[in-house]
Design a binder for this molecule. Structure first.
Ligand SMILES: *Cc1c(COP(=O)(O)O)cnc(C)c1O
Length: 362
């Protein structure tokens, strides 16, 4: 068996230890005589799994007690609608920072329910930076303030959070959750599709401050009401049971094998530095993101020559590096180096890039 280095933006690599453990437990999980996939979600065996997953997530991210953790379905994209349905109620107005496609999608959904004030945008330079924010442009009466903390497609990341005062800060953390310590108390709501850093696709995690859970307009579908899910411990209907189980294994790996979120962050900084340092001195490759806005998780880069980009991608696949092609809206290359990407994978990629550079520069 040989495993590739997978630089996919999502679904993405999972830690090998997690996959092995899941394989070991496939036919008989914890003496239950069944796979987790076959368990009733109402059984005590399964309740122990979801409880442990929540408790590990609370521990790893230091989630304060006045926040609920919800395990939902529908992907991060469903949250683009679920958030305004639940939180855009008082003044039907929000502030939003436009930093890319995912923020744009969140904006379009929110506009179905009220007014969206774009306080800043980086659309002028293909979202290659995080715009400076001027608090005097923030609405005093916004129901919440929305950001996408890590922009998966463009490879940008907010290094400081906007100071929104009493206005709840809502953040899409799909591609950076568990990669760095976060002060959860600075947010009203955080959400993430699991398939980047938490587990397999099919699970969406929402962390929400309790006072923001108030129930929705009666015409809203039941499944889109945070209160229903919070009151039922994410068991109003069948939750994505196997994805939650894998998420639990990922959290165990992060806590026990890695040593916690600070250690994970150190490792992620080290991995990203290897790649950015190479890009900054390369004669052929160039990072597309302004220093100061760079993501630790998604690193887009180009050669400046589309034909050479194509050649690089083709040769990279032959060498066992998968999914380095950039997003279709950006072109070039992108290396997603999530938590599960070992440092050896980044070192091997940089070695290959050096070799390619030598062969393709005069
Ligand atoms: C991947 C991603 C999404 C979309 O997630 P789905 O689960 O496919 O809906 C949204 N936001 C960000 C930041 C992402 O990286």
């Amino acid at each position: 068996m040989s495993r590739i280095y997978n630089f996919s933006a999502g679904p993405s690599m999972l830690p090998e230890a997690v996959l092995k453990r899941a394989a070991d437990e496939m036919l008989d999980c914890n003496g239950s005589g069944q796979s987790v996939m076959e368990m009733s979600h109402r059984s005590k065996e399964y309740q122990a799994i979801i409880d442990e997953c929540e408790s590990l997530l609370r521990e790893v991210l230091s989630i304060p007690d006045n926040y609920k953790v919800l395990f939902l379905q529908g992907g991060a994209s469903s949250q683009f609608a679920m958030i305004p349905l639940n939180l855009m109620k008082k003044n039907k107005k929000i502030d939003l920072v436009l930093t890319g496609q995912w923020a744009k999608k969140a904006k379009s959904e929110a506009e179905k329910y009220g007014e969206v004030n774009v306080v800043a945008s980086s659309a002028d330079k293909t979202f290659s930076y995080i715009p400076k924010l001027d608090p005097s442009t923030f609405s005093k009466d916004a129901d919440y303030f929305y950001i996408c903390l890590n922009n998966t497609i463009y490879g940008t990341h907010f290094d400081t959070l906007p100071d929104t005062g009493d206005i709840p800060l809502v953040a899409d953390v799909s591609s950076c959750i568990l990669s760095e310590p976060m002060d959860i108390s600075k947010f009203g709501l955080l959400f993430a599709g699991a398939q980047k850093n938490m587990g397999p696709a099919g699970l969406t995690v929402v962390i929400i401050r309790e006072d923001l859970i108030q129930g929705v307009d009666p015409t809203t579908p039941t499944m889109f009401d945070y209160k229903i899910h919070a009151d039922n411990g994410s068991m109003y209907n069948t939750p994505p049971t196997y994805a939650i189980y894998i998420c639990k294994l990922v959290l165990e790996w992060l806590k026990n094998d890695i040593g916690g979120i600070e250690k994970m962050y150190e490792l992620n900084q080290k991995k990203a530095k290897i790649l950015y340092d190479f890009l900054d001195q390369s004669k052929l490759f160039k990072g597309t993101v302004e220093p100061g806005s760079r993501s630790l998780m998604n690193v887009p880069f180009v050669t400046g020559d589309e034909e050479l980009d194509k050649k690089f991608i083709k040769e990279s696949i032959e060498r066992g590096f998968a999914n380095l092609k950039g997003h279709r809206t950006v072109g070039g290359m992108r290396a997603s180096i999530y938590n599960a990407m070992p440092i050896e994978g980044v070192e091997a990629l940089v070695a290959f890039m050096k070799e390619f550079e030598e062969k393709n520069t005069k």
